[in-house]
Design a binder for this molecule. Structure first.
Ligand code: ATP
Length: 146
């Protein structure tokens, strides 16, 4: 399977750097799937899940928004914040979500709506990725024939 280089970088660190087969990123207008040798592209990302497939293995990260550039078989994500699934602190995300919901419901005069909404979307994206990292519970056993 052909590969492309993926680098996910924040102001603080390199979150991910590897050769991968597929990248699905949270574009501002919806999910954006990138395969190797994609045409050059520059786009804004919204807070959400970033899915990677490498050698048949799927991996989920969360990005808090940012930019993505695709050029010369290389995908560079410059993210405001990004974490791998296993790095996400679930309780912190729950608390951030509750704070944002309270702010949005309270509608105080000095509410920074965009900021509160951004915080809500980041927290929701983190919690979605946390859900994915949980092992799936086996479903009920198939019913035995009568
Ligand atoms: P909080 O209010 O909890 O700080 P936030 O959405 O405002 O949440 P960000 O501005 O997106 O936080 O991120 C700030 C830094 O904290 C980044 O380095 C980000 O990776 C990290 N971070 C934020 N929330 C979490 C979390 N739930 N688990 C792990 N790292 C987190």
């Amino acid at each position: 399977m052909p590969k492309m280089r993926l680098e996910i970088i924040t102001a603080e660190r390199v979150v991910y750097a590897d050769d991968v087969n597929v990248v699905v990123a949270p574009g501002i207008e919806g999910e954006l799937g990138i395969l190797p040798h994609h045409a050059p592209l520059m786009t804004i990302l919204q807070p959400g899940e970033l899915r990677i497939v490498k050698d048949g293995q799927e991996q989920f990260l969360v990005v808090g928004g940012g930019f993505m550039e695709v050029m010369a078989n290389k995908v560079i994500v410059l993210a405001d914040a990004a974490e791998r699934a296993e790095e996400i602190d679930e309780q912190r995300a729950q608390e951030a979500m509750r704070r944002a919901q309270e702010r949005l419901a309270g509608r105080e005069a000095d509410l920074d709506f965009e900021r509160a909404l951004g915080a809500l979307h980041r927290a929701q994206a983190r919690l979605r990725v946390v859900q994915r990292r949980r092992p799936r519970r086996p479903g009920p056993p198939p019913e035995s024939p009568a």
